[in-house]
Design a protein around this ligand. Structure first.
Ligand SMILES: [Zn+2]
Length: 248
């Protein structure tokens, strides 16, 4: 196994097509196989964002496979693929293509979630985010706070107004990588203690001077998100979950 796959999906905007070289692969039977390449444009399922899907083909076009799921294998990124035709060889030059529509949907949902966090903060709440999902039909941000029913209703009303106001601004989405801990803390507003020391903290800024630690893919400007619909705000055991969806 290689030490590292270069994570091209962390570039902003994240590319959807790129040449790469296969550095290891294993046969899973019935035309299915797993491979690691020296670099990848495929987003591995993590941080509440689903895996990219797409296709991979040899540079000479002799083989093609569907990439069905992408996961982390230590510092490498492993692609689970299903052969369409031909076969792939070790050290082979390949062309990776991410399904653009799926990627765009995932980026819109993730950017919507981060914009929602900005809206909550702009309403004056400095609650801590304890969880997030940006999966289609399951998107939500979870805060470490318990709210009463009338507080949830007021938050729902206020958020609708604030989210629409932020979307109308059509802000650029900005991403920074910061290694200095003090600087990262200043930019985020808290200490991101789950990022190993010495590793850069990737910070996304969406419609807010304060950023959020994030390893997702994002739209370039918030107009691309479309509309954000706050579906439900629920409180349970000192946690409040804000579920949301997006429309074109
Ligand atoms: Zn994020």
């Amino acid at each position: 196994m290689p030490a590292r796959t270069i994570p091209l999906y962390l570039l902003h905007p994240a590319p959807v097509e790129q040449h790469a070289k296969i550095i290891s692969q294993r046969d899973l039977g019935e035309g299915r196989f797993a491979f690691v390449a020296d670099r990848t444009v495929f987003y591995p399922a993590s941080g509440g964002q689903p895996s990219d899907v797409g296709t991979v083909r040899t540079k000479d076009g002799s083989a093609e496979a569907a990439v069905e799921r992408v996961t982390f294998a230590c510092d490498a990124v492993e692609h689970l693929a299903s052969s369409i035709r031909g076969s792939f060889t070790q050290e082979g030059d390949i062309v990776m293509s991410v399904d653009r529509d799926r990627r765009m949907l995932h980026s819109r949902l993730h950017s919507a979630g981060e914009l929602l966090c900005s809206a909550v903060r702009k309403l004056g709440h400095d609650w801590h985010v304890s969880g997030a999902s940006h999966y289609p039909q399951q998107s939500r941000i979870v805060y470490d706070v318990a709210l009463l029913e009338d507080q949830r209703q007021r938050l729902h009303d206020d958020l609708n107004v604030e989210v629409d106001r932020l979307l109308r601004q059509n802000d650029q989405v900005r991403i920074a990588e910061v290694t200095d801990r003090a600087e990262a803390t200043r930019l985020i507003g808290f200490v991101p203690d789950y990022v190993p020391a010495g590793e850069p903290v990737r910070i996304v800024f969406i419609s807010d001077g304060l950023g959020r630690p994030c390893c997702g893919t994002h739209v370039e400007e918030t107009r691309e998100i479309g509309r954000i619909v706050i579906r439900k705000i629920r409180s349970k055991k000192n946690q409040t979950s804000i579920s949301y969806d997006i429309t074109p």
